[in-house]
Every structure is written in structure tokens, then in C-alpha cells.
Design a binder for this molecule. Structure first.
Ligand code: AMP
Length: 542
């Protein structure tokens, strides 16, 4: 025997596959509820034990239709218990669950279904009209299965109801023997530049990501928590919550299609939600509703906000007016997605209140197993001094190494992935995103941070949402143009907003022009759609 083999660890070993999350929850938290809001507004109650059992029936029915390891099975659905069953039922047999975002344009949905080569599609019945438009262009789809059940009479294509499909199953399937490095999930980026690109998660990467997000400074769920993922399961892996909630035994509350303020408020109160996760626009909608209704956030203790920068006014309203702790996180589809969060450290907790809040508004420190650095245009490391911006680079076992069916190399020679974000990193290791590299405004050779101006404008009481884009300028190259959506019933003039910015941003960052719009366009994942703003407002090609 060589020394190498004698030195091998003598510990038990099992593959790090995601089915373990639901099996653990079924065995130790089997009766813990998983509550779903239906399209008609009622709540349906399931449990981790039910989900594990029904997911195995789905696996069996899929095997019966000839689905084998590596095949792609798509979902086009909102957050509900059946969708969770679908994830585990597909992934448990080594097939790949491709979450399709229904908010993408039809052409993008057609593109990603064809690019993925999906064989079966599980979809909410509410999306039948959308499917009627796209499916004629998606020849790889052999079968459409509709949630919750039944097949609408007016469906333009053959479907089977989800419950009827489960009845096709023989005995519940066995989930053993999947390699932890095998693919289990496929999620396309929202395609803000060019066509959407597929990020192919492995069992192992999702497993490690879920465990890492459970650290205290990130999601920190416990079996006493009631978790509401407002972030949809079709956006960036639902931030891993369909894995991390069962891993912790937390009760899961799935909001379905109703993400408006009134629906979220009633769900929080009825189910005793303690933790919720979503993009800033969701919380802004909820707070606007509460301001009108005089309602409260009840049992809610903590929210994770990410996907785009958390405006200071939002953090302030949640923490100071409602007593809800905000964890501001950053990540991207390519990073599974959570990578950093701005939870305090011993050193930052000791800072004066204003600076503590400034830290909380940054995107924060990396979670375990994520490494970050800043690089300049020349590929050299930029100092982490909290002031010098650079391209934010990331690497780790939860970071994409390549895109699905895409030849291009996406890592540099040292294995770093360029996030496309521009950031600073301070002496406490806190990242502050100053812009997307393509959204940066370059004026007189210097960078202007559109995010910073947007945040400052949004702290004005009359402003509901704001976007800043670069407008071509003969002398300076580009100058900032400010687009504003006023709060319902409120008005402000350009002069008032400019006066509000004075002293809060550098003089030369001051927008040259302010334009008011009824609605700031949002993209498929609830973020401001700057591509559309640039196309519609300054005639730049999309
Ligand atoms: P997606 O893959 O759709 O989740 O988009 C990822 C991108 O969203 C990142 O590269 C950032 O540009 C942006 N993003 C995510 N979280 C934040 C945040 N907390 N602050 C600012 N930008 C963010």
C-alpha cells in the first residue's frame, strides 16, 4: 500500500447531491408546512414529507416517458409547492431542471428552450397563452404538463395535468447513484447584452451554495423561521432557498403569482413570516402599499435584498420605521447566485451610526468559499482601499466556469470570472458596486456612478423610482440624464430634484437633464431596464 492510500481519510462519504435537502427535511421536519398561494388567492398546504413523496412520483412518471440523466426538463412557473416538487423530481433522477423566466420576451423564451433542447415542460396553466405563442417554435418539447391540474379546453396544444401525470407513475422512483458533479439546474442570464447565456449548476455547486448561504451573516434560517422567497424560482436559482429552507427545517411560504403589496402583507400576517427575500422593487411596492393602508410588517424580522442596489431610503424605511433588519446581498446567476452580503463585523459594528449604515448599504463581504478581487483595464490588481474602482472579479466552487453550449472562455488566466460590475473594496473587505461596466457613464474621461445618483434621487420623498443613463455629449463624451418616476399623488420639479442632489454628489456628476416618466421600464428580473431606456430615450441601438 502506498503512503498516499494509507493517508486517505477514513470518514464516511456520500455524494453531495441536492435530493439530500428534501430527504433530510422529510425525515426530520416532515410535517413542517409548505404553504402556497394559488392564482385565485387561496392558500394550499403541503409539507416537506408530501413534497419528497410526490417528487419521487414525478421522477417515476418522467422515467416512464423516457427522460434519462442529463436530459433537460423545463419549468415555466411561479413559486409554489408543486414547482418545488418539480425541481426535486427532475434533479433526483439526474435530469436537469431548466427554469424558464416567463417575463422574458417571447423570442428569448423560444431561444433558450431551443438552446437548452428541453424535452418536457412543466408550466403554470396561467401561461397557456404565452405557450400558445412560443411552442410552435420549440420543436424539442415533447410534452407539456400543466400546474396545478387539468388541461384547459381552449389549449392550442396537447397538455396533461400535473396531477394526472403523477398518476402515470408506478412506484416512487429511487434517487440513488447520481454523481455530485453532474448537472442539475440550468438558468439563463437575463440577456442584457446579446442572447441569454445558460449557467449549468451541478449538484455539488448548489449543495455548497445552500450550506454557505445558511451562515449567520447571510440567510441564517433556523427551524423557527418562516421563510418567504419572493424572488421567483426562475430568477437566479431563487437564491438557493428551495434548497436552504428544507436544509434548515424552516417553514416555507410560496407567494405564487401575487407579488403586490397587499398580497404580500396578508401572507406575512397569515403565515407569520419572519424572513423574506426579494429585489428592491418588491419591497418598495410593499412599503408604498403600507403607507396607503396604514398596515404593518407584522412578524417579519429580516429581509434579504439583492438583485440590484438597495436604495438608502428603502433600508431606512424598513429598519427605522418598521424595525425589520435588512441584509443587503449581491450576486448573479453565474454565482449561484449569492456571493456577498453587508452584515457587520466586530470592526464595523464599532463605527459611528452613520458609517455603520453606509457599510450596510454596500454589497458587503464574500461568503465562505467565494473569493473576490478588483482588476484594472490592464488586468492588474487594483488596491482595495475603498476608493479606487476596478472590475469585480470572482472565483469559487459556486461560480460558473463556462456557459452551457458556449465555446468562449469566460475565465482569465488565474481563473477569475469578470462579473461585469465595477466596484470598490474597502479596508473591511466590503464591496461597493458603483455600476455595471456597460452602464458606466464616462464624462471627461472620468467615471460617474449611475447607482449613486439614483440612490440619492430616491431619497427624495416624491420619487418612486429613478434611473440614470449616459447621454452622448460632444465635449465630455457622455453626461448623465436622470429619468424619474414620481410617487403616486406626489409631484416634484427638475429644479427641486437637482437642489436635492446638491452637496450629496460631486458637482460634475450633476445630471444635465431630468425627464419625468409614468413608469420606469423594468426588465425580466425586476431590475431597471437601461437597455430599453437608452433605446427609447436617447435612441441608442438596443
Ligand atoms: P442576475 O444574474 O440577473 O442576478 O444579475 C446580476 C447582476 O445584478 C449583478 O452583476 C449586478 O450588476 C446586479 N446586482 C445584483 N445584486 C446587486 C446589488 N445588491 N447591488 C447592485 N447590483 C446588484
Amino acid at each position: 500500500m502506498t503512503e498516499k492510500t494509507t493517508l486517505a481519510g477514513l470518514m464516511q462519504d456520500h455524494a453531495l447531491t441536492v435530493d439530500r435537502f428534501i430527504d433530510f427535511a422529510a425525515r426530520w421536519h416532515g410535517t413542517t408546512p409548505v404553504v402556497s398561494r394559488t392564482v385565485t388567492g387561496e392558500t394550499e398546504r403541503s409539507s416537506y414529507a408530501d413534497i419528497a413523496q410526490r417528487a419521487r412520483l414525478l421522477s417515476s412518471a418522467l422515467l416512464g416517458r423516457g427522460i434519462v440523466e442529463g436530459d433537460r426538463v423545463a419549468t415555466l412557473a411561479m413559486n409554489h409547492a408543486r414547482h418545488v416538487e418539480a425541481w426535486y423530481g427532475v434533479m433526483g433522477i439526474g435530469a436537469v431542471c431548466h427554469t424558464v423566466n416567463p417575463r422574458l420576451f417571447d423570442e428569448q423564451i423560444v431561444y433558450i428552450i431551443n438552446h437548452a433542447g428541453d424535452r418536457i415542460l412543466l408550466a403554470d396553466a396561467a401561461f397557456v397563452p404565452l405557450l400558445g405563442r412560443v411552442l410552435p417554435h420549440c420543436p424539442s418539447i415533447e410534452q407539456v404538463i400543466l400546474f396545478p391540474d387539468g388541461s384547459p379546453e381552449d389549449s392550442p396544444f396537447p397538455t396533461i395535468g400535473y396531477e394526472a401525470f403523477l398518476r402515470e407513475a408506478g412506484a416512487a422512483a429511487n434517487w440513488a447513484g447520481i454523481d455530485e458533479r453532474a448537472a442539475c439546474g440550468l438558468c439563463y442570464t437575463s440577456g442584457t447584452t446579446g442572447q441569454p447565456k445558460g449557467v449549468l449548476y451541478s449538484h455539488r455547486s448548489n449543495y455548497l451554495h445552500a450550506l454557505a448561504t445558511l451562515q449567520h451573516d447571510f440567510m441564517n434560517f433556523s427551524a423557527r423561521d418562516v421563510v418567504l422567497p419572493v424572488v421567483p424560482m426562475f430568477h437566479a436559482n431563487a437564491w438557493g432557498i428551495a434548497f436552504s429552507a428544507p436544509a434548515s427545517g424552516a417553514k416555507l411560504v410560496m407567494p405564487g403569482a401575487r407579488l403586490d403589496g397587499a398580497s404580500l402583507e396578508s401572507l406575512i400576517h397569515e403565515e407569520g413570516v419572519t424572513f423574506a427575500a426579494g429585489v428592491p422593487t418588491v419591497w418598495q411596492g410593499l412599503l408604498q402599499h403600507l403607507a396607503r393602508s396604514g398596515g404593518s410588517l407584522g412578524t417579519l424580522k429580516r429581509v434579504l435584498i439583492g438583485g440590484s442596489a438597495c436604495p438608502p431610503a428603502l433600508l431606512q424605511a424598513l429598519e427605522d420605521d418598521h424595525g425589520v433588519e435588512v441584509v443587503h446581498a449581491w450576486g448573479m446567476t453565474e454565482t449561484s447566485p449569492v456571493a456577498t452580503a453587508a452584515s457587520p463585523t466586530v470592526a464595523t459594528v464599532a463605527l459611528p451610526a452613520e458609517q455603520r449604515r453606509a457599510q450596510a448599504l454596500k454589497q458587503g463581504r464574500p461568503m465562505f468559499d467565494v473569493d473576490l478581487c478588483l482588476k484594472g483595464e490592464d488586468g492588474e490588481i487594483v488596491p482595495h482601499n475603498g476608493a479606487t474602482p476596478g472590475h469585480l472579479m470572482v472565483r469559487g466552487s459556486t461560480v460558473a466556469g463556462a456557459y452551457f453550449r458556449h465555446d468562449a472562455d469566460i475565465l482569465d488566466a488565474e481563473g477569475w470570472f469578470d462579473t461585469g460590475d465595477v466596484a470598490t473594496i474597502d479596508e473591511h473587505g466590503f464591496v461597493r458596486i458603483t455600476d455595471r461596466s456597460k452602464d458606466l457613464i464616462k464624462s471627461g474621461g472620468e467615471w460617474i456612478s449611475s447607482i449613486e445618483i439614483e440612490n440619492m434621487v430616491m431619497s427624495h420623498p416624491a420619487v418612486a423610482n429613478a434611473a440614470v443613463v449616459g447621454q452622448p455629449h460632444e465635449r465630455w463624451g457622455e453626461r448623465p440624464l436622470l429619468i424619474v418616476e414620481a410617487r403616486e399623488g406626489a409631484t416634484a420639479t427638475s429644479g427641486e430634484l437637482i437642489a436635492h442632489l446638491e452637496g450629496r454628489i460631486a458637482k460634475w456628476w450633476m445630471p444635465d437633464e431630468v425627464r419625468f416618466v409614468d413608469r420606469i421600464p423594468l426588465g425580466a428580473t425586476g431590475k431597471i431596464d437601461k437597455k430599453r431606456i437608452r433605446a427609447e430615450m436617447i435612441g441608442q441601438p438596443a
